[in-house]
Design a protein around this ligand. Structure first.
Ligand code: T4K
Length: 369
Protein backbone atom coordinates (compact mmCIF):
# COMPACT_ATOMS: atom_id res chain seq x y z
CA UNK A 1 0.00 0.00 0.00
CA UNK A 2 1.39 3.39 -1.06
CA UNK A 3 1.59 6.09 1.63
CA UNK A 4 -1.39 8.45 1.77
CA UNK A 5 -0.87 12.01 0.63
CA UNK A 6 -3.57 14.60 1.18
CA UNK A 7 -4.05 17.93 -0.56
CA UNK A 8 -2.36 19.70 2.31
CA UNK A 9 -0.91 19.11 5.75
CA UNK A 10 -1.00 21.76 8.46
CA UNK A 11 2.24 23.51 9.32
CA UNK A 12 2.99 23.09 13.02
CA UNK A 13 5.74 24.52 15.21
CA UNK A 14 7.90 22.18 17.25
CA UNK A 15 6.06 21.04 20.39
CA UNK A 16 8.69 22.63 22.64
CA UNK A 17 8.36 25.97 20.88
CA UNK A 18 4.59 25.99 21.34
CA UNK A 19 4.77 24.82 24.97
CA UNK A 20 7.24 27.60 25.72
CA UNK A 21 4.95 30.14 24.03
CA UNK A 22 1.89 29.09 26.03
CA UNK A 23 3.55 28.41 29.40
CA UNK A 24 2.77 31.84 30.87
CA UNK A 25 -0.95 31.27 30.30
CA UNK A 26 -0.86 28.99 33.37
CA UNK A 27 0.24 32.00 35.39
CA UNK A 28 -2.10 34.62 33.97
CA UNK A 29 -5.17 32.42 33.39
CA UNK A 30 -6.04 34.93 30.65
CA UNK A 31 -7.23 32.66 27.86
CA UNK A 32 -9.22 34.81 25.48
CA UNK A 33 -10.86 38.25 24.99
CA UNK A 34 -7.99 40.12 23.38
CA UNK A 35 -5.16 38.99 25.67
CA UNK A 36 -1.42 39.51 25.34
CA UNK A 37 -0.86 36.79 22.68
CA UNK A 38 -3.69 38.24 20.60
CA UNK A 39 -2.17 41.72 20.77
CA UNK A 40 1.34 40.48 20.04
CA UNK A 41 0.24 38.43 17.03
CA UNK A 42 -1.78 41.37 15.77
CA UNK A 43 1.27 43.66 15.94
CA UNK A 44 3.54 41.08 14.32
CA UNK A 45 1.08 40.44 11.50
CA UNK A 46 0.61 44.13 10.87
CA UNK A 47 4.34 44.35 10.20
CA UNK A 48 4.55 41.09 8.25
CA UNK A 49 1.61 41.85 6.00
CA UNK A 50 2.61 45.49 5.58
CA UNK A 51 -0.86 46.86 6.28
CA UNK A 52 -2.17 50.02 7.91
CA UNK A 53 -4.68 48.38 10.26
CA UNK A 54 -5.51 44.81 11.21
CA UNK A 55 -7.85 43.04 13.62
CA UNK A 56 -7.81 39.32 14.44
CA UNK A 57 -10.85 37.07 14.41
CA UNK A 58 -11.78 33.44 14.99
CA UNK A 59 -11.66 32.54 11.30
CA UNK A 60 -11.74 33.88 7.76
CA UNK A 61 -15.45 33.35 7.47
CA UNK A 62 -16.29 35.62 10.40
CA UNK A 63 -13.86 38.17 8.94
CA UNK A 64 -16.05 38.28 5.83
CA UNK A 65 -19.38 38.18 7.65
CA UNK A 66 -18.54 40.90 10.13
CA UNK A 67 -16.84 43.11 7.54
CA UNK A 68 -20.07 43.32 5.58
CA UNK A 69 -21.96 44.14 8.76
CA UNK A 70 -19.36 46.68 9.90
CA UNK A 71 -19.62 48.53 6.57
CA UNK A 72 -23.42 48.61 6.96
CA UNK A 73 -24.00 47.09 3.52
CA UNK A 74 -27.48 46.50 2.16
CA UNK A 75 -28.79 45.52 -1.27
CA UNK A 76 -26.79 43.73 -3.96
CA UNK A 77 -23.20 42.60 -3.90
CA UNK A 78 -21.20 41.60 -6.98
CA UNK A 79 -19.09 38.52 -6.37
CA UNK A 80 -17.88 35.29 -8.01
CA UNK A 81 -19.06 31.70 -7.52
CA UNK A 82 -15.64 30.10 -8.15
CA UNK A 83 -14.74 30.07 -4.46
CA UNK A 84 -15.24 28.26 -1.18
CA UNK A 85 -18.77 28.22 0.32
CA UNK A 86 -17.72 30.88 2.82
CA UNK A 87 -17.68 33.86 0.42
CA UNK A 88 -21.25 33.40 -0.80
CA UNK A 89 -22.61 32.28 2.57
CA UNK A 90 -21.19 35.35 4.30
CA UNK A 91 -23.08 37.56 1.83
CA UNK A 92 -26.37 35.73 2.23
CA UNK A 93 -26.08 35.50 6.01
CA UNK A 94 -25.89 39.32 5.95
CA UNK A 95 -29.20 39.33 4.05
CA UNK A 96 -27.45 40.77 1.03
CA UNK A 97 -28.18 39.57 -2.51
CA UNK A 98 -25.21 38.05 -4.34
CA UNK A 99 -25.02 38.93 -8.02
CA UNK A 100 -22.66 36.46 -9.62
CA UNK A 101 -20.06 37.76 -12.04
CA UNK A 102 -18.06 35.29 -14.12
CA UNK A 103 -14.32 34.78 -13.67
CA UNK A 104 -11.67 35.09 -16.34
CA UNK A 105 -10.18 31.90 -17.75
CA UNK A 106 -6.62 33.09 -17.28
CA UNK A 107 -6.21 33.56 -13.53
CA UNK A 108 -9.71 32.52 -12.33
CA UNK A 109 -10.42 35.83 -10.55
CA UNK A 110 -13.39 38.12 -11.26
CA UNK A 111 -13.72 39.13 -14.93
CA UNK A 112 -13.46 42.90 -14.56
CA UNK A 113 -14.94 43.49 -18.02
CA UNK A 114 -18.22 41.95 -16.85
CA UNK A 115 -18.67 43.84 -13.58
CA UNK A 116 -20.24 47.07 -14.84
CA UNK A 117 -23.08 45.33 -16.70
CA UNK A 118 -24.16 43.86 -13.35
CA UNK A 119 -24.29 47.15 -11.44
CA UNK A 120 -27.79 48.40 -10.58
CA UNK A 121 -29.04 51.14 -8.28
CA UNK A 122 -29.12 48.51 -5.50
CA UNK A 123 -25.45 47.54 -5.81
CA UNK A 124 -23.47 48.45 -2.69
CA UNK A 125 -20.22 46.50 -2.96
CA UNK A 126 -17.90 44.24 -4.94
CA UNK A 127 -16.57 41.17 -3.12
CA UNK A 128 -13.89 39.62 -5.33
CA UNK A 129 -11.75 36.61 -4.38
CA UNK A 130 -7.95 36.39 -4.80
CA UNK A 131 -8.45 32.72 -5.67
CA UNK A 132 -5.51 30.27 -5.12
CA UNK A 133 -3.42 33.32 -4.20
CA UNK A 134 -3.86 34.85 -7.68
CA UNK A 135 -4.66 38.49 -7.23
CA UNK A 136 -7.63 40.20 -8.85
CA UNK A 137 -7.24 43.15 -11.22
CA UNK A 138 -6.99 45.59 -8.33
CA UNK A 139 -6.63 48.77 -10.41
CA UNK A 140 -9.69 48.12 -12.58
CA UNK A 141 -11.79 47.11 -9.57
CA UNK A 142 -10.73 50.27 -7.74
CA UNK A 143 -11.63 52.39 -10.75
CA UNK A 144 -15.09 50.80 -11.08
CA UNK A 145 -15.75 51.07 -7.34
CA UNK A 146 -14.76 54.74 -7.32
CA UNK A 147 -16.91 55.65 -10.31
CA UNK A 148 -19.97 53.86 -8.92
CA UNK A 149 -19.36 54.64 -5.25
CA UNK A 150 -19.10 50.98 -4.19
CA UNK A 151 -17.23 49.38 -1.30
CA UNK A 152 -14.67 46.67 -2.05
CA UNK A 153 -14.08 43.73 0.30
CA UNK A 154 -11.44 41.32 -0.95
CA UNK A 155 -11.69 37.69 0.08
CA UNK A 156 -7.96 37.31 0.67
CA UNK A 157 -8.23 33.90 2.38
CA UNK A 158 -5.63 32.46 -0.02
CA UNK A 159 -3.21 35.37 -0.21
CA UNK A 160 -1.27 35.39 3.04
CA UNK A 161 2.03 37.18 2.42
CA UNK A 162 1.32 37.97 -1.24
CA UNK A 163 2.60 41.35 -2.44
CA UNK A 164 1.53 43.45 -5.40
CA UNK A 165 4.05 46.01 -6.69
CA UNK A 166 5.87 45.57 -3.38
CA UNK A 167 2.81 46.33 -1.26
CA UNK A 168 1.04 43.87 1.05
CA UNK A 169 -2.09 42.55 -0.65
CA UNK A 170 -4.15 43.49 2.42
CA UNK A 171 -3.61 47.18 1.65
CA UNK A 172 -6.04 47.24 -1.26
CA UNK A 173 -9.80 47.83 -1.30
CA UNK A 174 -11.73 48.97 1.77
CA UNK A 175 -11.17 45.66 3.55
CA UNK A 176 -9.25 42.43 2.94
CA UNK A 177 -10.22 39.26 4.80
CA UNK A 178 -7.57 36.62 5.53
CA UNK A 179 -7.96 33.05 6.74
CA UNK A 180 -5.49 31.43 9.11
CA UNK A 181 -7.21 28.04 8.98
CA UNK A 182 -5.14 24.89 9.51
CA UNK A 183 -5.03 24.33 5.74
CA UNK A 184 -3.57 27.73 4.88
CA UNK A 185 -0.03 28.97 4.12
CA UNK A 186 -0.04 30.52 7.59
CA UNK A 187 -2.26 29.04 10.27
CA UNK A 188 -3.28 29.74 13.86
CA UNK A 189 -5.27 26.44 13.93
CA UNK A 190 -8.45 28.42 13.26
CA UNK A 191 -8.12 32.13 12.73
CA UNK A 192 -8.60 35.07 10.45
CA UNK A 193 -8.04 38.78 10.13
CA UNK A 194 -9.42 41.91 8.54
CA UNK A 195 -7.06 44.50 7.11
CA UNK A 196 -8.66 47.89 6.54
CA UNK A 197 -8.12 51.57 5.87
CA UNK A 198 -10.91 53.38 7.74
CA UNK A 199 -10.50 53.72 11.53
CA UNK A 200 -14.29 53.90 11.99
CA UNK A 201 -14.61 50.46 10.35
CA UNK A 202 -11.95 49.25 12.82
CA UNK A 203 -13.99 50.39 15.81
CA UNK A 204 -17.09 48.71 14.41
CA UNK A 205 -15.46 45.37 13.74
CA UNK A 206 -13.73 45.36 17.14
CA UNK A 207 -17.11 45.67 18.82
CA UNK A 208 -18.92 43.31 16.45
CA UNK A 209 -16.47 40.50 17.17
CA UNK A 210 -17.35 40.90 20.88
CA UNK A 211 -21.17 40.80 20.76
CA UNK A 212 -21.45 44.49 19.83
CA UNK A 213 -20.38 45.47 23.34
CA UNK A 214 -19.36 49.13 23.35
CA UNK A 215 -18.64 49.51 27.05
CA UNK A 216 -19.34 47.77 30.38
CA UNK A 217 -22.96 48.92 30.34
CA UNK A 218 -23.49 49.64 26.69
CA UNK A 219 -24.29 47.26 23.79
CA UNK A 220 -24.72 49.20 20.57
CA UNK A 221 -24.87 46.53 17.84
CA UNK A 222 -26.00 42.94 17.32
CA UNK A 223 -22.56 41.41 17.17
CA UNK A 224 -21.19 37.88 17.26
CA UNK A 225 -18.46 36.11 19.18
CA UNK A 226 -15.47 36.05 16.86
CA UNK A 227 -12.51 36.68 19.15
CA UNK A 228 -9.28 34.79 18.56
CA UNK A 229 -8.29 32.94 21.75
CA UNK A 230 -4.83 32.97 23.29
CA UNK A 231 -3.90 29.39 22.33
CA UNK A 232 -4.64 30.05 18.66
CA UNK A 233 -2.75 33.33 18.80
CA UNK A 234 0.23 31.57 20.42
CA UNK A 235 0.18 28.89 17.71
CA UNK A 236 0.13 31.68 15.14
CA UNK A 237 3.06 33.46 16.80
CA UNK A 238 5.13 30.26 16.52
CA UNK A 239 4.11 29.53 12.92
CA UNK A 240 4.82 33.11 11.88
CA UNK A 241 8.50 32.60 12.77
CA UNK A 242 8.69 29.83 10.16
CA UNK A 243 6.35 31.03 7.45
CA UNK A 244 9.06 32.43 5.19
CA UNK A 245 10.85 29.05 5.23
CA UNK A 246 7.52 27.37 4.50
CA UNK A 247 6.89 29.60 1.48
CA UNK A 248 10.42 28.91 0.22
CA UNK A 249 9.79 25.14 0.51
CA UNK A 250 6.44 25.53 -1.24
CA UNK A 251 8.19 27.26 -4.12
CA UNK A 252 10.56 24.33 -4.62
CA UNK A 253 7.63 21.90 -4.75
CA UNK A 254 5.66 24.23 -7.01
CA UNK A 255 8.58 24.45 -9.44
CA UNK A 256 8.98 20.66 -9.44
CA UNK A 257 5.33 20.23 -10.44
CA UNK A 258 5.84 22.80 -13.19
CA UNK A 259 8.88 20.96 -14.55
CA UNK A 260 6.75 17.86 -15.09
CA UNK A 261 3.45 19.41 -16.15
CA UNK A 262 4.35 22.45 -18.25
CA UNK A 263 3.94 22.35 -22.04
CA UNK A 264 1.66 19.31 -21.93
CA UNK A 265 -1.17 19.43 -24.42
CA UNK A 266 -4.44 19.49 -22.47
CA UNK A 267 -2.98 20.82 -19.21
CA UNK A 268 -3.26 24.45 -18.14
CA UNK A 269 -1.26 25.56 -15.12
CA UNK A 270 -1.75 28.50 -12.80
CA UNK A 271 -0.34 31.68 -14.41
CA UNK A 272 2.62 33.72 -13.22
CA UNK A 273 1.21 37.19 -12.50
CA UNK A 274 3.10 40.39 -13.31
CA UNK A 275 4.30 42.49 -10.34
CA UNK A 276 3.13 39.83 -7.87
CA UNK A 277 5.20 38.15 -5.17
CA UNK A 278 3.31 34.85 -4.80
CA UNK A 279 2.86 32.54 -1.81
CA UNK A 280 2.50 29.20 -3.66
CA UNK A 281 -0.67 28.40 -1.73
CA UNK A 282 -2.26 25.94 -4.17
CA UNK A 283 -1.32 24.02 -7.31
CA UNK A 284 -4.46 24.00 -9.48
CA UNK A 285 -4.37 22.17 -12.83
CA UNK A 286 -7.03 22.53 -15.53
CA UNK A 287 -7.50 19.47 -17.74
CA UNK A 288 -8.93 19.61 -21.23
CA UNK A 289 -10.17 16.11 -22.00
CA UNK A 290 -10.26 16.72 -25.77
CA UNK A 291 -6.51 17.31 -25.77
CA UNK A 292 -5.31 15.36 -22.74
CA UNK A 293 -7.36 12.23 -23.32
CA UNK A 294 -8.61 11.79 -19.74
CA UNK A 295 -10.98 14.05 -17.85
CA UNK A 296 -10.60 15.59 -14.40
CA UNK A 297 -12.72 12.96 -12.66
CA UNK A 298 -10.75 10.08 -14.19
CA UNK A 299 -7.50 11.68 -13.04
CA UNK A 300 -8.97 12.35 -9.58
CA UNK A 301 -9.99 8.67 -9.26
CA UNK A 302 -6.65 7.34 -10.49
CA UNK A 303 -4.81 9.49 -7.95
CA UNK A 304 -7.22 8.37 -5.20
CA UNK A 305 -6.56 4.69 -6.09
CA UNK A 306 -2.91 5.46 -5.42
CA UNK A 307 -3.56 7.06 -2.05
CA UNK A 308 -3.33 10.65 -3.32
CA UNK A 309 -6.05 13.00 -2.15
CA UNK A 310 -6.14 15.76 -4.77
CA UNK A 311 -9.17 18.05 -4.36
CA UNK A 312 -11.71 19.59 -6.71
CA UNK A 313 -11.31 23.14 -5.40
CA UNK A 314 -13.77 24.66 -6.38
CA UNK A 315 -16.45 22.22 -7.46
CA UNK A 316 -19.36 22.68 -7.32
CA UNK A 317 -19.42 26.45 -7.85
CA UNK A 318 -21.39 28.18 -5.15
CA UNK A 319 -24.30 29.29 -7.39
CA UNK A 320 -25.02 25.61 -8.07
CA UNK A 321 -25.14 24.50 -4.41
CA UNK A 322 -28.21 22.43 -3.46
CA UNK A 323 -29.17 25.04 -0.87
CA UNK A 324 -29.60 27.58 -3.70
CA UNK A 325 -31.52 25.30 -6.07
CA UNK A 326 -33.84 27.32 -8.31
CA UNK A 327 -32.45 30.64 -7.05
CA UNK A 328 -29.27 31.10 -9.08
CA UNK A 329 -28.27 29.76 -12.46
CA UNK A 330 -24.69 28.45 -12.84
CA UNK A 331 -25.08 28.84 -16.62
CA UNK A 332 -24.86 32.63 -16.00
CA UNK A 333 -21.18 32.12 -15.14
CA UNK A 334 -20.04 29.73 -17.90
CA UNK A 335 -16.28 30.18 -17.42
CA UNK A 336 -16.53 29.44 -13.70
CA UNK A 337 -18.75 26.45 -14.46
CA UNK A 338 -16.29 24.98 -16.97
CA UNK A 339 -13.35 25.54 -14.62
CA UNK A 340 -15.16 23.82 -11.80
CA UNK A 341 -15.68 20.74 -13.99
CA UNK A 342 -12.05 20.55 -15.10
CA UNK A 343 -9.89 21.70 -12.20
CA UNK A 344 -7.93 19.59 -9.80
CA UNK A 345 -5.82 20.97 -6.96
CA UNK A 346 -2.76 18.84 -6.35
CA UNK A 347 -1.12 18.20 -2.95
CA UNK A 348 1.12 21.06 -1.86
CA UNK A 349 2.60 21.66 1.59
CA UNK A 350 6.08 22.50 2.83
CA UNK A 351 7.28 19.01 3.72
CA UNK A 352 5.81 17.21 0.71
CA UNK A 353 8.72 15.21 -0.69
CA UNK A 354 9.92 15.87 -4.22
CA UNK A 355 9.82 12.16 -4.99
CA UNK A 356 6.11 12.24 -4.11
CA UNK A 357 5.63 15.12 -6.55
CA UNK A 358 7.40 13.03 -9.19
CA UNK A 359 5.11 10.08 -8.43
CA UNK A 360 1.94 12.21 -8.57
CA UNK A 361 2.96 13.66 -11.95
CA UNK A 362 3.88 10.21 -13.28
CA UNK A 363 0.40 8.92 -12.42
CA UNK A 364 -1.23 11.93 -14.09
CA UNK A 365 0.90 11.68 -17.22
CA UNK A 366 0.28 7.93 -17.46
CA UNK A 367 -3.32 8.85 -18.40
CA UNK A 368 -2.27 11.07 -21.31
CA UNK A 369 -3.44 9.69 -24.64
N1 T4K B 1 -12.80 32.24 1.55
C1 T4K B 1 -12.12 31.34 0.84
C2 T4K B 1 -11.80 31.63 -0.59
C3 T4K B 1 -11.69 30.14 1.44
O1 T4K B 1 -11.04 29.22 0.71
C4 T4K B 1 -12.00 29.92 2.80
C5 T4K B 1 -11.60 28.69 3.44
C6 T4K B 1 -12.69 30.92 3.50
C7 T4K B 1 -13.08 32.07 2.84
C8 T4K B 1 -13.07 30.79 4.95
O2 T4K B 1 -11.96 30.79 5.81
P1 T4K B 1 -12.03 29.97 7.22
O3 T4K B 1 -13.32 30.38 7.89
O4 T4K B 1 -12.00 28.48 6.92
O5 T4K B 1 -10.83 30.46 7.98
C9 T4K B 1 -10.75 23.68 3.69
C10 T4K B 1 -10.70 24.65 4.85
O6 T4K B 1 -11.48 24.20 5.95
C11 T4K B 1 -11.10 26.04 4.51
O7 T4K B 1 -10.52 26.88 5.48
C12 T4K B 1 -10.58 26.47 3.15
N2 T4K B 1 -11.08 27.76 2.74
C13 T4K B 1 -10.96 25.44 2.09
C14 T4K B 1 -10.43 25.82 0.73
O8 T4K B 1 -10.38 24.21 2.46
P2 T4K B 1 -12.13 21.49 3.33
O9 T4K B 1 -13.54 21.17 3.54
O10 T4K B 1 -11.50 21.15 2.02
O11 T4K B 1 -11.21 20.93 4.51
P3 T4K B 1 -10.76 19.46 4.87
O12 T4K B 1 -11.12 19.21 6.29
O13 T4K B 1 -11.25 18.51 3.86
O14 T4K B 1 -9.17 19.55 4.81
C15 T4K B 1 -8.44 19.53 3.60
C16 T4K B 1 -7.11 18.84 3.86
O15 T4K B 1 -6.32 19.59 4.75
C17 T4K B 1 -7.22 17.46 4.50
O16 T4K B 1 -7.34 16.52 3.49
C18 T4K B 1 -5.95 17.32 5.27
C19 T4K B 1 -5.54 18.73 5.60
N3 T4K B 1 -5.79 19.11 7.00
C20 T4K B 1 -7.07 19.44 7.36
C21 T4K B 1 -7.34 19.82 8.65
C22 T4K B 1 -8.73 20.18 9.07
C23 T4K B 1 -4.75 19.15 7.90
O17 T4K B 1 -3.59 18.84 7.57
N4 T4K B 1 -5.01 19.52 9.19
C24 T4K B 1 -6.26 19.87 9.60
O18 T4K B 1 -6.44 20.22 10.79
O19 T4K B 1 -12.00 23.07 3.60
Amino acid sequence: MEKKILVTKSSMPKKEEFFEEISDLWETHWLTNMGVKHQTLQNELKKYLGVKNIDLLTNGHMALELSMQALGLSGEVITTPFTFASTTHAIIRNRLTPVFCDVNANDFTIDVDKIEDLITDKTCAIIPVHVYGNICDIEKIQDIAKRHNLKVIYDAAHTFGVKYKGEGIGSFGDVSCFSFHATKVFNSIEGGAVCYIDEEFGKNIYELKNFGIHGPESVTAVGANAKMNEFCAAFGLCNLRHVDDDIEKRKIIYDRYKTHLKNIDGIKLNPVQKDVQPNYAYFPVIFDKAKFGANRDEIFSKLAENGIGARKYFYPITNSFECFKGIYNPADTPVALQLSLNVLTLPLYPDLELEDVDRICKIILSLKK
